[in-house]
Design a protein around this ligand. Sequence first.
Ligand SMILES: Cc1cc2nc3c(=O)[nH]c(=O)nc-3n(C[C@H](O)[C@H](O)[C@H](O)COP(=O)(O)OP(=O)(O)OC[C@H]3O[C@@H](n4cnc5c(N)ncnc54)[C@H](O)[C@@H]3O)c2cc1C
Length: 484
Amino acid sequence: MTDIDQVEVLVIGSGAGGSVVAHELASRGYQVVVLEEGGAFEFEAYGQPAPEAMRRLYRRRGMTPVMGRVPIGYVEGCCVGGSTEINSGFWHRTPPEALLRWKSRYGLGATEQELAPHFDWAEEMLGVGLSQAPWPPSTRTFDEGARALGLGAFEVPRAAPGCQGTNSCGYGCPTGAKRGMSRSLLPRAVASGARIVSGARVVRLLHARGRVSGALIRARRGGEERLFRIRAEHVFVCCGPTETPSLLLRSGVRYHVGGTLRVHPYLKVAATFSDPMRSETSVLPLLQVREFWPELSLGGSFFGAGQLAMTLSDHFPEGRAALSDAPRMAQYYVGVRGTGRGWVRPTALGDDATLVRYDLSDADLRALSVGLARLSQLLLRAGAEALYPSVWGLGPIRSEEQAARWLTEALPKGALSLVTVHAFSSCPAGDHRALTAADDEGRVWGFENLRLADASVLPDSPGVNPQGTVMALARRTARAFAER
Ligand SMILES: Cc1cc2nc3c(=O)[nH]c(=O)nc-3n(C[C@H](O)[C@H](O)[C@H](O)COP(=O)(O)OP(=O)(O)OC[C@H]3O[C@@H](n4cnc5c(N)ncnc54)[C@H](O)[C@@H]3O)c2cc1C
């Protein structure tokens, strides 16, 4: 660290947003340094069992609770490449309806036409496309169920060309087929002259009179943890939806920061079929039902012994016996838009940690309930023998009659075990200053040289997997900066 004193562009965070900014600006000749809190890992370290992978690649080893009336389990990446290293690579362009909403309500000027070239570029960089391999049983089965119900189920393109179906997305892709940032944009940024410093957590931004002058960094050097200072002409904060507001608030930057977090809440459903599913050794189910969008989407979940045990734990003690059916099981989800609100705050304990809260809205609960009914119907039509939703005490669903109950009744709030891997909107961007933390170009209100480019700037829930939107908006922000 000590050899870096002054940089032209400091990018904090190396995930979906930070990597795009680093790549774009380094390739235009800027002197770019990327600071990343997490470690940098070679191929051999990827695809290791969950406990090891979570220790290396996840923030707080995968234990970040989202507090609220219904608590939600949340994970995000903390390594070079950020959450793109552990995500499933599902790819969506921003729905036009979301862009229109963001424009009219928040003044975010990004239109479908304007973002199209950014998506084209990102899709080429990441090799986004449909699977070239035959669908695994868990995908085929989902397709059969959707057809039987007359619902359209579409394969979602992924940033994983040549995926070998190792079922390791969540542990870091061991073949390199899934193009996380560490295998795609970051090497290119480095080739253009960017420098990436891993194991360096920014603890404060240094600023005065509307200008950021640099950052205070905690890093381990020579076996010892120390604080360093770095000076910068321009700073892009790309620490993700929880850590960006946390860093800004710790640094005294508060205007509309951290008070509007949104997430996509997910309810898991484990399903037992009569035939082998091979879920542990094949790619997760690739289809989504988007008929009920934007309120609701149905699709397939990552499968591992640990994840299955967690879902079945809501059916203890009967669910324990179902563990032995694992070879005949697959996991699916009900995902909802997330119209509730939350916040992000640094703790006052001086330990640098972040508190996250989200309150499930009544609309979320309603959509989760209807979604459970619809997903259950679909899976039962596909031949499922028993369904285990992650709802404590509900018991397995074995008939469409049992499933239909949730079309009209609300699931018991206090019994839900929800998870999410999609968080955003904690520092919304757009020109309507009364609602946003940063302007249309990602510049933090009141600062001339501080910009945001990550999931925190999405004005509200996109209702689809967000990585594409994060990358397209980050490139738009970087270009606006460069062209200014
Ligand atoms: C398990 C999982 C599965 C997912 N699946 C999908 C999917 O299939 N499709 C999809 O579109 N999206 C998916 N997502 C979401 C997607 O990966 C994120 O929305 C996206 O990566 C967010 O980008 P970001 O730049 O905001 O944050 P991140 O990609 O998380 O990057 C933020 C980086 O900043 C670093 N950082 C934080 N604080 C500091 C600090 N103070 N100093 C230095 N560095 C810091 C972090 O360590 C991290 O590396 C998934 C996410 C997870 C966790």
